[in-house]
Design a protein around this ligand. Structure first.
Ligand code: CA
Ligand code: CA
Ligand code: CA
Length: 463
């Protein structure tokens, strides 16, 4: 579900709502009025820095059905410019003031490159009604996909703010989660919403040193949507890359120290690599192996560039390849081959000894066997049946260690040494059906998300 707030920013009023959302740990979407944005840019920046999304409620709260088409476009564009002037990247969403719209207004909004967003229900909280009445109304109208309209800009803001706690605690207990609206008007987790444009730097929150240990992510392969979080779960980002069904992995294809997406598309046999953690098209594409081969990313010659080797399950053989294909041509010949594992094993790769060179191994999820072919040849048990293995330097340093993702519970269990034992880091992230990934993501440019933010499983938005 999404909480949305209209008619701000106004000092005191918007601040009260932001404080209540922060206490409750949920994100919201604010439809702001352009001339107020000009007056109170700090509130807008603070709103975005707190993990919320800001969008467009026209420049002077005009009734759009009274305006000409050019007047509609003008007030929307002025409001958008006011938001951008604060340094944030607003969602390209317009909520018509008062909900006054018609097919002409909607067409004008869409013609200007925005999407019109209405709501499923609102408690009329701008009238002098109590926090109990506001919260009860929302609780009674809760359903998956609901978009509630509230008002941070009204004189009844105290009750609007006071209603947040009961709304969130009651609906969390009933299994609902709260998200923000993305550029399509879909409800998405905070941090994966609107800012998806290439010049996202302009809305980057204050510089923060990138953690030097590996982060994890999950990929919703049904939508081609990637969710990345840093090791502290402080900073997150999300973006679309690939088609439904693509097999995702991560690597540093351009040697800049940051891992970015790769995909294996079984339908055409190609690998598609991207060099940034943003939505966009592939930077490198090439034909990959034979049907049934599994991609194994890693830096197998220690030159600082990851390449995509392959594991051929029916031969239980790795083909190590230290160059990427390019221009749609196939991969080159293998630099060397390693026979290892048994049919059904998951191929893994990592720098198990910290010498800068990745080597291969297997994870046998039926028994939890982890086995490295070399450097050093090692076997131990970790995880349990049906776990998915991920190698990463979860506490920094040069050595990659074992981690597993367990779909039941969407749990990551990360170990800081290559030995049997209890997980050193365990947490839930993702959703059933998502594929886990691991990598050094650098300083994530997505919206920051407070650690206490909405952490329950998030429903997939209908598109
Ligand atoms: Ca890179
Ligand atoms: Ca390499
Ligand atoms: Ca090594």
């Amino acid at each position: 579900m999404a909480l949305t707030y209209d008619d701000g920013p106004i000092p005191g009023r918007t601040d009260a709502v932001l404080a209540a959302l922060d206490r409750a740990g949920v994100p919201a979407t604010f439809f702001t009025v352009g001339y107020l944005v000009r007056s109170y840019p700090d509130i807008v920046r603070r709103t975005v820095d707190s993990g919320h999304v800001v969008a467009n409620h026209t420049y002077r709260h005009e009734i759009l059905t009274y305006l000409s088409n050019s007047g509609i476009v003008s007030t929307i564009d002025r409001a958008d410019a006011a938001l951008r002037a604060t340094g944030v990247n607003p969602a390209r969403l317009v909520r018509p003031p008062g909900g006054n719209t018609n097919s002409r207004v909607k067409s004008a909004i869409e013609g200007a490159g925005y999407r019109q967003v209405m709501w499923t229900w609102g408690p009329l909280d701008y009238k002098p009604i109590s926090a109990w009445t506001i919260s009860s109304g929302i609780i009674n109208h809760a359903k998956d996909g609901a978009v509630f309209v509230l008002h941070d800009g009204s004189g009844n803001y105290r009750n609007t703010a006071a209603a947040v706690d009961r709304i969130v605690s009651t609906l969390h207990a009933r299994g609902y989660c709260f998200g923000v609206l993305d550029n399509q008007g879909n409800i998405v987790p905070s941090g994966s919403g609107a800012p998806a444009e290439p010049e996202v730097d302009q809305c980057a929150p204050p510089t923060q040193t990138a953690p030097d240990s590996a982060g994890v992510g999950v990929v919703d392969t049904a939508r081609g949507f990637w969710y990345l979080r840093d090791p502290l779960n402080v900073r997150t980002t999300g973006f679309y890359y690939g088609n439904p069904g693509d097999y995702p992995f991560m690597g540093d294809w351009d040697g800049d120290g940051v891992d970015t997406p790769g995909l294996y598309r079984r339908s055409d046999g190609y690998v598609y690599l991207r060099n940034s953690n943003t939505s966009g098209i592939a930077d490198v594409a090439f034909l990959f192996g034979n049907p049934g081969d599994l991609p194994v990313p890693g830096d197998f010659n220690g030159d600082g560039f990851d390449t995509v080797s392959l594991y051929r399950p029916d031969e239980t053989r790795f083909y190590i390849i230290n160059q990427l294909g390019s221009g749609g041509a196939g991969l080159g010949a293998a630099d060397y081959e390693v026979s290892f594992g048994s049919p059904g094993d998951q191929p893994i790769a990592g720098d198990f000894d910290g010498d800068g060179v990745d080597t291969v191994g297997i994870y046998r999820s039926s028994s939890g066997l982890v086995s490295f072919a070399a450097s050093p040849a090692t076997s131990f048990f970790y995880g349990s049946a049906n776990d998915y293995a991920l190698m990463g330097a979860y506490e920094g340093g040069a050595k990659d260690t074992i981690g597993v993702y367990r779909e039941n519970g969407t749990m990551f269990y990360l170990r800081s040494s290559n030995t049997s034992g209890a997980a050193d880091h365990e947490f839930s992230y993702g959703k059933r059906g998502f594929i886990p990934i691991v990598g050094y993501f650098g300083d994530l440019h997505g919206t920051s998300m407070p650690p206490q933010s909405d952490v329950c499983e998030f429903p997939v938005a209908e598109s």
